[in-house]
Design a protein around this ligand. Structure first.
Ligand code: ADP
Ligand code: ADP
Ligand code: MG
Length: 453
């Protein structure tokens, strides 16, 4: 096992990884930007090194500085968290080049699934059902129009190198294509350094259901069931839960098998997530594979009792998976709310500031994963997600009540959060009946804009 790990991230996921290392008796190195000198993850780690100025591009995306920090402190492995450099194959390769273990899949596997157009091909060849769409990346708007003609509108153009809901456009007719392609392509070029796009049939009123997989370097791979992630704002998840109301145990088995097949086709090791769209008839279609720990992994941890971050570290160190598929059990229901520093009553406007009060109730089945504390400064440089509240109970109804009581009891001052919206969501009749699709927020519960009272 490793003796020292550098955590190449910030916020709640850095804290989550540091805590897992503590449990394993592994020393930790935090990295931080000028804006984060007093951040919680810095205080939690055994050592901390500054890696640059506040903007992500100067610090948490600065591969050279992060690798130097790892070399100087004698770290043997790097945990990248999610976002930032977690799905950067060059970074994974450079880490291995410095004789450090990258806690994630191999650089080859990251590349194989990271190019979303290429991943669709790999999955199709492996017999995993894929959303109908282009064979490859598209050349230009005319090419996209021709494919849209075959698929039928509406279609979506998506960035091959995309993530975090960016570089995506929905198109309803030929006339909209040219502008959408040029916008999506330039957005993708600036966000991901790669302007390539591909086309998919836009499948309305489906659910986003994803499957967690865990694989070791010895060819063993299991799935840990599904997560329902349809509650999305601008293609970004806001609340996740497991199990999904629309997934029976036989569908779970079939989706799980498809996810394992997907991981094997990519020669994948470590934790990963295979995302699908699920229709009302139980048909599911691959959208993408995320080659990292997912924001919403705690939902699965609550249901299965598997510590996903600990397993990531163990399998990266070369150990065998300690689970077989038959030994994975799904118990009860879990829900996660992503708490953003954004105004839940005014269109999710960013709400930076200093947190002057930060209290959550606790009790059985309540978990708060946070990257902040009282006194923390929330800056606009980083992702607005500052914490996650995860609740578990025996049934979905009980779990919803537990989450409501937990969020109602939260006392946060100094910044606005999305909690008021989450409370409305938890009380919504459609939500409570489990009638949810990726259009839920738009159709059933638009984000309040806080206009004239
Ligand atoms: P999840 O399903 O884990 O939430 P997301 O796609 O929302 O996955 O990504 C998790 C985090 O990583 C978010 O903060 C998101 O903004 C960021 N992220 C994801 N992909 C990229 C990318 N390619 N470039 C930059 N940030 C990304
Ligand atoms: P990202 O890499 O940014 O996470 P995804 O390809 O996973 O992008 O898509 C983000 C979200 O957009 C999905 O969770 C889903 O809600 C929606 N989406 C993606 N593809 C389609 C599609 N073909 N039809 C309808 N909705 C889609
Ligand atoms: Mg996705």
């Amino acid at each position: 096992m490793f003796e020292k790990i550098l955590v190449a991230n910030r916020g709640e996921i850095a804290c989550r990884v540091i805590q897992a290392c503590r449990e394993l008796g592994i020393a930790t190195v935090a990295v931080y930007s000028d804006a984060d000198a007093d951040a919680l993850h810095v205080r939690m780690a055994d050592e901390a090194i500054c890696i640059g100025a506040a903007p992500n591009s100067s610090s948490y995306l600065n591969a050279a500085n992060i690798l130097s920090a790892a070399v100087v402190t004698g770290a043997e492995a790097i945990h990248p968290g999610y976002g930032n450099l977690s799905e950067d194959a060059n970074f994974a390769e450079a880490a291995e080049g410095c004789k450090m273990t990258f806690i994630g899949p191999s650089a080859e596997a990251i590349s194989r699934v990271g190019d979303k157009a290429a991943a669709r091909k790999t999955m199709r060849d492996a017999g995993v059902p894929v959303v109908p769409g282009s064979e490859d990346g598209i050349r230009d708007a005319d090419d996209a129009r021709q494919i849209a003609g075959e698929l039928g509108y509406p279609v979506m153009v998506k960035a091959s190198g995309g993530g975090g809901g960016r570089g995506i456009r929905i198109i309803h007719n030929d006339q909209q294509m040219k502008e959408a392609v040029s916008q999506a392509s330039s957005e993708a070029r600036s966000a991901f350094g790669n302007g390539e796009l591909y086309v998919e049939k836009y499948m309305e009123d489906l659910r986003h259901v994803e499957v967690q997989v865990l694989a070791d370097k010895h060819g063993n791979c299991v799935h840990l069931g599904e997560r329902e992630c349809s509650i999305q704002h601008r293609h970004q998840k806001l609340l996740e839960e497991s199990p999904c109301a629309a997934v029976s145990s036989s569908l779970r088995r079939r989706m799980g098998e498809a996810a394992v097949r997907a991981a094997q086709a990519a020669n994948y090791s470590n934790a990963g997530t295979v995302e699908f769209l699920l229709d009302q008839r139980g048909r599911f279609y691959f959208i993408e594979m995320n080659a990292r720990v997912q924001v919403e992994h705690p939902v699965t941890e609550m249901l299965t009792g598997v510590d996903i971050v600990r397993e990531q570290i163990r399998v990266a160190a070369g150990e065998k998976l300690r689970y077989e598929q038959g030994g994975i059990w799904f118990n009860g229901h879990a829900i996660e709310c992503r708490i953003l520093a954004a105004d839940g009553e005014r269109g999710f406007m960013p709400s930076p500031g200093t947190i002057t009060r930060w209290e959550f109730p606790s009790g059985p089945g309540v978990r708060v994963d946070t990257g902040v504390a009282c006194g923390s400064v929330v800056s606009t440089h980083y992702d607005p997600m500052i914490a996650k509240v995860i609740c578990w109970d025996q049934t979905r109804d009980l779990c919803i009540e537990r989450m409501r009581a937990t969020l109602q009891g939260a006392r946060i001052e100094g910044i606005k959060t999305t909690i008021p919206y989450h409370l409305m969501l938890l009380g919504n009749a459609y939500f409570r009946r489990g009638e949810i699709t990726t259009q839920f927020i738009q159709r059933r519960l638009p984000i309040p804009t806080g206009g004239a009272l």
